[in-house]
Design a protein around this ligand. Structure first.
Ligand code: BGC
Length: 250
């Protein structure tokens, strides 16, 4: 086993896959190749907990704290909303459920908050002073607000009401795919969205994550904003890495 400076473990729980690996927090990278297990068709808390047990069993040498991303509001370990996941999650004390199921110290964190923590510590927002807003463009729009390195959790800026619509329903990457929008048409919606974010919060930097951020060259240059806006650097691994960081710093 390679020497690592931490023994933390990160799990990214998404709609299609559950991915996890040990994380080296000194450098913000996986220290072993990650394992991916398909998300159960019915992704209830108990079914997902059973997958975590299998996932952790694949890394018997890892014993540290486990961080888990959840695509919803998480307050003190309890999941409060479930916009794009099974509604059974609402009200679930996920920290307690997963800690009991796995026998490990588990902490859950909103998926975008986790990605934001990772981008600020290791990625596109490293060393940026002031307010950083990290958005993830995927099935929904996730957001993280981090001021001078400190996370203000559950900002939920994907649900800003813009032109009478829940913003993520029109501007998430899933809307681009569903409506087969050109990059230009999608960028128009993103312009409305990021202009509103900029007007409300005056951030020092906006970071754009989510799978589509690898095609940032297609849409970011079309946006006209006062704020610097850049693609995420950790891409698909940001959630799991940020979750491991979050769990370790509890
Ligand atoms: C949820 C957020 C989540 C985002 C990205 C939204 O619908 O409300 O909690 O961070 O999707 O998954």
């Amino acid at each position: 086993m390679p020497m690592t400076t931490s023994n933390a473990f990160g799990i990214d729980f998404g709609g299609t896959g559950i991915k996890g690996a040990p994380v080296d927090l000194a450098i913000g990278r996986f220290s072993q190749e990650r394992v991916r297990i398909k998300t159960p068709d019915k992704s209830t808390p108990n079914n997902v907990a059973a997958v975590f047990v299998d996932l952790l069993a694949a890394f018997p040498d890892n014993t540290g704290p486990v961080g888990v991303t959840v695509p919803g509001v998480v307050s003190h370990g309890v999941v409060q909303t479930a916009a794009n996941i099974d509604r059974d999650w609402i009200g679930t004390d996920a920290d307690t459920l997963f800690t009991r199921a796995t026998g490990r110290e588990v902490h859950v964190v909103n998926d975008a908050d986790a990605a934001g923590l990772a981008e600020v510590r290791y990625g596109a927002a490293r060393d940026v002073k002031g307010l950083v807003i990290v958005t993830t463009l995927g099935t929904g729009i996730g957001s993280a607000m981090i001021h001078n390195g400190v996370l203000i959790p559950n900002s939920e800026l994907g649900h800003l009401e813009i032109d009478g619509h829940d913003a993520e329903k029109r501007a998430a990457n899933s809307a681009r795919e569903r409506e087969e929008l050109s990059w230009k048409d999608w960028a128009r919606r993103l312009q409305r969205y990021y202009s509103a974010v900029e007007k409300l919060f005056t951030p020092d930097l906006i970071v754009v994550g989510g799978g589509v951020s690898k095609q940032a060259a297609e849409f970011l240059p079309l946006l006209r904003l006062r704020t610097r806006i850049v693609p995420a650097e950790l891409r698909n691994n940001a959630g799991a890495i940020g979750a491991a960081l979050y769990a370790t710093e509890r």
